[in-house]
Design a protein around this ligand. Structure first.
Ligand SMILES: [Zn+2]
Length: 181
């Protein structure tokens, strides 16, 4: 699998030329997300990685659903965690600017909160990977399991800290750029 980050290999980060996802596995349009086709064959089921619960034909965040006492849950890795494992993403958020470098802690905190909040509606929303792209213009790159999550995080950053937000949706990837000097 291709990693998209020159920094990890000690090379020089490069600017992307096309909106083509670098992840070779990423091919299906998000409306036909292949990971959602695979669901547990029985209920309830619990994700062995994050604790999400599958019941009533949907996923709940671990703290949103309580199993009855003595109730056994099937073991199943939820589609969100499978995407994380496979490095399969539909959203990319690139954060740049000196503000981000100086307020790294605030920004990470806000992003974690936003992910947690969004998981109430969609427990399969997760950060897939966080990388530093040390190109000419250093960026922190966040990959997200769904495009909406990248968009929501971008809007939350803009609401909290101002700056400039750009959202592009070249299928199948949603690309979000947030920057503040
Ligand atoms: Zn999970």
């Amino acid at each position: 699998m291709m990693k998209n980050n020159g920094a990890k290999q000690g090379g020089v980060g490069r600017k992307e030329k096309s909106p083509t996802p670098r992840n070779k596995n990423l091919h299906a349009d998000e409306s036909r997300d292949p990971y959602l086709n695979e669901q547990p064959e029985g209920e309830p089921a619990r994700c062995s990685v994050c604790g999400n619960i599958y019941a009533n034909k949907r996923w709940y965040r671990a703290d949103q659903y309580e199993l009855e006492e003595g109730e056994n849950a099937l073991n199943f890795t939820c589609p969100g965690c499978r995407k994380v494992k496979d490095n399969y993403y539909y959203g990319e958020l690139r954060v740049s600017g000196t503000f981000a470098q100086e307020h790294h802690g605030d920004i990470s905190g806000l992003i974690q909160n936003e992910v947690h909040r969004r998981q109430e509606k969609n427990p399969l929303s997760k950060l897939v990977e966080v990388e530093i792209d040390r190109g000419k213009k250093p960026e922190i790159v966040f990959h997200t399991t769904n495009g909406k999550l990248a968009e929501n995080i971008g809007r939350a950053l803009k609401n909290a800290f101002g700056g400039e937000l750009t959202i592009k949706k070249p299928k199948p990837l949603t690309r979000v750029y947030w920057s503040r000097k």
